[in-house]
Design a protein around this ligand. Structure first.
Ligand code: ADP
Length: 549
């Protein structure tokens, strides 16, 4: 059963203040009149019975709660402060309060109470009734940053373990790599990659483009008019008119290009803009709306079907992003000395390069991939996205990556690069306003707006992400090339602690050593696969089989 917990933010002084304020501000007719004492014959209830100094721990009848809520002091938050949680729940059950509006009604100083009450409401209405007392935390969280910005109908928050890989040297600066993940071995593996990259002097990055995109769909009454609009947008006059309108919406929004395409009478325009340190979807949407107003003045017959006509393309796989870029386009490279490949990564430059071609390039080509020419860029990128308050759904295009490896310095060393055209990140707005995420951005020295060069913080974050992706690529590819993956798979297949025993009997199969020996024989000759080589201590701890790539 639910036990009422007194709201922690509530004080007697608050009630007094609210009551006095309400009494002063309420017109006489609106104030609650105590019932006529003669009708009951008993002693007359005092005003305190209706406006008690503190919410009772007893749950009062619904009609009394409604009276307090509807006729008590204004604003409504003052009346609701006189009711305990169970009484507010009663009001919600009776349809007097909408669960989604709890924060608005209870007020800014009772945000945690709103979350607590909503949990109870949702829990009790659900078939499982588990939410209310579940392990999902809800206390000690700054909901003021969430309200109206990050989430609605909030019932708590989901903690994700935060690990730190590295440090990793990126463009001469050493960064700890923050990774929020529940995938065991990911941080350890990325750290191993960082160690190898640092040994070669670190990662060098180049930012080749920076532009967020929005691609509305617009219908025209005829193909001729659609064609005229396309031509006008591409003319100097048209481009200039749209740019002026677009840039009037934000000092950070600088229009970089307009790309147009026709499909029948429907015109698609891909706006590309700099967005400072913001990831930029809100900013570009505002600018696009304004630019379309200008277009509408010139072509009154056009109909804007949607501000996003998927020509953007946001959160969906698309070749246009891979080819043209979206967000920050970063190329990163590093040279890993041959002795590091041998001693840290336990493989050879030749085996790594061979595997990279066969897996990341040919294998992905065989699979018809767009931008998936990598081993597990999404693993590292998404973990950093979660840690730094990025929009995790944008990992679809942000994870597009081509990993290249070739021998250098006469075949002695490894030259590795990652090519990531669509890293969509910001250091202001979105989830970066949340305290813990800001703590992570602070650790990297890129929180908020860059003081002198708008956009530099977000760009630095993109460079760090590309470099960390390289570390992850290097480590996993090395493990694969060295045959560690299969070996680790055999020895550490499942977490012994967390994985329940199978419910059905396991089908008898060959011993893992027998399988490995067979595989080794079938790969006789120069094999990148050495099943009988013992795992290095560090790699045996990694249980690389758990890296889902
Ligand atoms: P997004 O466009 O990524 O969805 P928001 O619109 O939530 O992000 O946040 C961007 C807001 O931050 C804008 O109102 C913008 O004016 C403000 N802002 C302040 N400093 C900067 C900066 N350096 N770069 C970009 N936006 C900034």
């Amino acid at each position: 059963m639910h036990t009422f917990v007194r709201p922690s933010t509530f004080t007697l002084a608050d009630v007094d203040r609210k009551l006095n304020a309400a009494k002063l501000s309420l017109p006489k007719a609106q104030q609650l009149t105590p019932p006529d004492s003669s009708s009951e014959g008993g002693s007359s209830p005092s005003e305190a019975d209706y406006f008690p100094e503190f919410p009772s721990e007893e749950v009062r009848p619904l009609d009394q709660c409604i009276a307090i809520f509807e006729k008590g002091p204004r604003p409504a938050s003052a009346s609701l402060a006189l009711l305990n949680d169970e009484e507010v729940i009663q009001l919600a059950d009776a349809g007097k309060i909408a669960a989604y509006a709890l924060e608005k009604l209870l007020g800014m100083d009772a945000l945690e109470r709103a979350v607590r009450i909503r949990r109870a409401l949702i829990s009790r209405a659900s078939s499982t009734q588990t939410l209310e007392l579940s392990a999902i935390p809800h206390e000690s969280y700054d909901y003021s940053r969430v309200l109206g910005a990050c989430c609605e109908n909030v019932v708590g928050y989901i903690p994700i373990p935060l690990g730190v890989a590295g440090p990793l040297k990126v463009d001469g600066v050493s960064y700890p790599i923050p990774m929020a993940t529940a995938e065991g071995t990911l941080v350890a593996s990325t750290s191993r990659g960082c160690k190898a990259l640092n040994a070669g002097g670190g990662v060098t990055t180049v930012l080749t483009a920076d532009g967020m995109t929005r691609g509305p769909a617009i219908d025209f009454p005829s193909l001729v008019q659609a064609g005229q609009a396309k031509a006008w947008i591409e003319s100097e006059e048209g481009y200039s008119a749209l740019r002026t309108a677009f840039e009037s919406t934000s000092r950070f929004a600088k229009l970089k290009s307009l790309k147009t395409a026709l499909a029948g009478r429907t015109l698609y325009i891909r706006f590309t803009t700099a967005t400072g340190d913001a990831m930029g979807m809100n900013m570009i949407s505002k600018g696009t709306e304004k630019a379309l107003d200008a277009l509408q003045k010139r072509f009154p017959g056009m109909v804007i079907l949607a501000l996003s006509g998927n020509y953007c393309t946001d959160k969906k796989p698309a070749a246009i992003n891979w080819i043209e870029g979206r967000g920050k386009s970063v190329v990163a490279e590093a040279v890993v000395p041959g002795h590091v490949v041998k001693n840290v990564l336990k493989t050879t430059v030749q085996d790594l390069c061979n595997l990279n071609i066969k897996k990341n390039l040919i294998g992905s080509a065989m699979a018809g991939s767009i931008g998936g020419f990598n081993a597990h860029a999404a693993n590292i990128l998404t973990a950093i996205f979660l840690a730094t308050g990025q929009d995790p759904a944008q990992n679809v295009e942000s994870s597009m990556c081509m990993t290249l490896m070739e021998p250098t310095n006469g075949g002695e060393d490894l030259l590795i690069s990652v090519n990531m055209p669509c890293i969509e990140v910001g250091t202001v707005g979105g989830g970066t306003v949340l305290g813990p995420q800001q703590g992570v951005l602070d650790m990297l020295g890129v929180r908020g707006a860059h003081p002198t060069q708008p956009g530099k913080n977000a760009q630095t974050l993109a460079r760090i992400i590309a470099s960390a992706v390289m570390a992850g690529e290097l480590s996993l590819m090395s493990a694969l090339a060295a045959g560690h993956l299969i070996r680790a798979h055999m020895t550490h297949n499942r977490s012994q602690v967390n994985t329940p025993a199978p419910s059905a009997p396991v089908t008898p199969g060959p011993q893992s050593n027998t399988v490995l020996a067979q595989l080794a024989r079938s790969n006789s000759g120069r094999s990148p696969f050495s099943p009988l080589t013992p795992l290095t201590p560090s790699m045996s701890q990694l249980s690389l089989s758990k890296l889902r790539r």
